[in-house]
Design a protein around this ligand. Structure first.
Ligand SMILES: [Zn+2]
Ligand SMILES: [Zn+2]
Length: 385
């Protein structure tokens, strides 16, 4: 062993000893442990301030749930947040989406409005959590919820006790959530005091949106330059079901909601900067249904196949985006789950041929698409990291 090699070996050994001594010190000294924890917490909290997004004159679209009822560890159910003009408006509150929203450390007290596209469970399940958590975060006024009225053209058979199903609109859904969370609100007000939890903030106010004709829309939000309108989509037999067109500082984004390929989506996406469109790959769902048949689960196989006829394929969504001259297309409400890059590749089969140069992305939970006012710029970032 040469002299240099010997020095290097001794240095490495000393380094290992020092590291082991440091680890031993941390493991045996509570004061040192607490100091490390304190610094980690302050660093994390200092990096958590995204409140500038509210006032930077940009239209931000945040994906807080890009999945569907098919279980997917990477994706919560339907949820898209709009951040602009000092407001956060949440479009759909699917199961698991509050947890995703919270992980992004956005200023939840600015959530003042929820817009529901339709009343399927994968779009409404976390409404109670969005209401209570935004109140805990500091919202002092009631949460306002817009959504469809009572179902049309559907009358489910009565059950054995004569109860009717398919008769509730958004007002009934909101009343149900308010009742479910009533005790929670009372406990919290008593525990923390009204200076910290304004009782008014525990309330939810529902508005049922009148069904617009094709080619028409209904303005549901118009404050501080942020304007959002509801238009009709085709998720038959779920009627009505809405998509939403969002406008701020000359920038336009559209959220399709659940729909089969439908011309009205192209009409309201005309020249939009961003279209967040649902997508179901029918071939992949048929493969899953075939697998379920093979293991004898014909019931789930049938129900999986049933979903194909009221959703849009990735290629069809690309055709809608092209027809409307949309700049960026982002897939959300992804069916089925795409755990590997090969699955993503299969999901997008045929899209590049249709879409050409147009920007096209598979949405992910935590993705933010930002459109500064008065420009043509579109940027994406990841709020989960
Ligand atoms: Zn649906
Ligand atoms: Zn859905």
């Amino acid at each position: 062993m040469g002299r240099k090699t010997r020095i290097a070996a001794v240095s490495a050994a000393m380094l290992v000893v020092l590291i082991l001594a440091a680890v031993a010190a941390v493991w045996t000294m509570p004061g040192l442990q607490d100091e490390i924890a304190r610094r980690a917490v302050s660093g994390r909290l200092a990096s958590a301030d995204h409140s500038a997004l509210l006032t930077d004159k940009s239209l931000h679209i945040v994906l807080c749930g890009t999945g569907s009822p098919m279980p997917d560890p990477a994706r919560a159910n339907a949820c898209t947040a709009v951040i602009a003009g000092g407001h956060i408006v949440v479009i759909d509150t699917g199961p698991g989406s509050w947890a995703k929203f919270a992980q992004m450390r956005l200023p939840a007290n600015a959530i003042d409005t929820v817009l529901l596209t339709h009343l399927h469970s994968d779009h409404i399940g976390a409404l109670g959590e969005f209401a209570v958590q935004s109140w805990i975060a500091g919202r002092k006024v009631p949460l306002v919820i817009f959504g469809p009225g009572k179902p049309q053209e559907i009358k489910a058979p009565l059950d054995l006790e004569g109860n009717a199903y398919g008769v509730s609109g958004t007002a009934d859904v909101v009343r149900g959530f308010a009742m479910a969370y009533d005790s929670d609100s009372g406990f919290r007000i008593v525990h923390h005091g009204t200076d910290y939890l304004a009782p008014e903030g525990a309330r939810m106010i529902a508005h049922e949106v009148a069904k617009p004709d094709l080619g028409q829309s209904v303005v549901v939000f118009d404050k501080d330059g942020l304007k959002i309108s509801a238009f009709l989509v085709n998720h038959h037999p779920i009627e009505p079901a809405f998509g939403y067109r969002i406008e701020y500082q000359g920038r336009v984004a559209v959220v399709s909601g659940d729909t089969k390929k439908f011309e009205n989506v192209a009409v309201f996406s005309k020249d939009a900067d961003l279209l967040v469109h649902e997508a179901l790959n029918a071939g992949m769902v048929r493969t899953i249904a075939g697998g379920l048949d093979q293991i004898g689960n014909h019931r789930l196989a049938k129900m999986a196949r049933d979903t194909i006829n009221y959703h849009t394929s990735p290629v069809e969504a690309a055709e809608i985006a092209n027809e409307a001259h949309v700049k960026m297309l982002v897939y959300s409400h992804i069916v089925p789950p795409l755990p590997t890059s090969l699955m993503q590749h299969i999901f997008l089969r045929g899209v590049a041929e249709v879409r050409g140069e147009g920007d096209t992305l598979i949405g992910r939970d935590g993705m933010m698409i930002s459109m500064p006012g008065g420009s043509h710029e579109i940027t994406t970032s990841d709020l989960m990291n």
